[in-house]
Structures are given as C-alpha cells and as structure tokens.
Design a protein around this ligand. Structure first.
Ligand code: IMP
Ligand code: MG
Length: 188
C-alpha cells in the first residue's frame, strides 16, 4: 500500500516511547564503550538491514576508533505487524569475518528468530569474536533463547515504529521510537 496522506500517517503514531535525545545519549555511551573495548583490534560492525540502518549510522559516528562496516539483510516479517516465523538471508556480507572482531548491530530483538539465524551463520565463519548490540529488546516476546551483549532500551510488548523501524515500509524516517496504533484503521 502506498501512503501519501500525511494526516492519516500521523494518526497511527500513538505515543513517543523513546525520544531523540534519549536515543542519542545511549548511543553516545555505547560508542564510547565499544571504542574502549575494541581499541587496537580489527572491528567490523555488521548491520542487519533494513531496520538497523539509522542505528548503525549513528553508532558508527559515536565510535572513535578505526572500524569497518558491513551489511546483511534478513527477511522474517511480511509487511505489517505479525511475524511469519521464517528467516531468509537475502543479502550477505562481503568481508572475510575470520579477520575481525564482529559486532552485530540490530534494531530490535523480538522473537529472536532472525538474530539466532544470523548468529549461527556468522559463528560458523569463525570471527575473532562475536557480540550483539541491539537498540531495542522486547524480552517478553522471545521464542528462541538469545540475549544481546548490549541492549540500549528494553521495551514492552507493543509494535514500535521510527528510527529505522517500519510498519509496511513506512515510518522509518521518524527521528524517535513511537508506539504504532493498530486500533485506527486496522493493520497495514
Ligand atoms: P525477530 O522476531 O526477533 O526475529 O525480529 C525480526 C525483525 O522484525 C526485527 O529485526 C525487526 O526488523 C522486525 N520487528 C520486530 N518487532 C518489531 C516492531 O515492534 N516494530 C518494527 N519492526 C519489528
Ligand atoms: Mg532487524
């Protein structure tokens, strides 16, 4: 569905859960922590598209040591707010990760299915080390047991949008994280 009507778009943003300032402050802390931890080591930040693209952009700029970035894409949701339960890697890294300390930069851990598949895949490639940093964590929704090494915000079981996270491909451009109101006009 293509949306061009600004007011119906805005109606679905029910409330701001995490502000721009809160996001910025936590990313700054996380960037400093990573810079201390990986100083003098080959660091590769791996982002899982598309949802984590804004988080990666900001986190990379908060890292003050040399680092490289890489992208992967995984599909586990059709458009809308419910999971289909399967994970497909649709785009893979170009780097040989056996030469790097790898930090996976995720947007959100929900059921954990996507990330556990990505972790399995990356571990098999024998990186120097592997850590997970997630912007958001919804632990109450977990189906597969997996924890982030660093989680910037823990949130309740509510579908969220903004700061890279979408609903039906929209709302990624919101500068904050908001709750999506499914009650008005149904799902996308
Ligand atoms: P999983 O359920 O942990 O496998 O999450 C898979 C992916 O679904 C995440 O990386 C997000 O891209 C997306 N996702 C999960 N929960 C939300 C949400 O509340 N809003 C937007 N996207 C979500
Ligand atoms: Mg994601």
């Amino acid at each position: 569905m293509t949306v061009t009507d600004k007011s119906s778009f805005e109606k679905k943003i029910s409330r701001i859960l995490i502000t721009e300032t809160e996001i910025r402050d936590r990313i700054h802390e996380c960037g400093e922590q990573l810079s201390r931890e990986y100083e003098g080591k080959p660091l590769l930040l791996v982002s899982v598209l598309k949802g984590a693209f804004i988080f990666l952009a900001d986190l990379t700029r908060a890292v003050t040591i040399p680092c490289e970035i890489g992208f992967m894409a995984a599909q586990s949701y059709f458009s809308g707010t419910s999971s289909n339960g399967s994970v497909e890697i649709t785009y893979d890294l170009t780097q040989d990760i056996s030469k790097y300390h790898v930090v996976i930069v995720e947007d959100i851990i929900d059921t954990g299915r996507t990330l556990s598949e990505i972790v399995k895949l990356l571990r098999a490639r024998d990186p120097l080390s592997l850590k997970i940093v997630t912007l958001l964590d919804k632990p109450s929704r977990r189906v597969v047991k997996i924890d982030a090494d660093v989680s910037l915000f823990t949130i309740p079981d509510h579908f969220v949008i903004g700061y890279g996270l979408d609903c039906g491909e929209y709302y990624r451009n919101l500068p904050y994280i908001a709750e999506y109101d499914e009650s008005i006009g149904g799902k996308e």
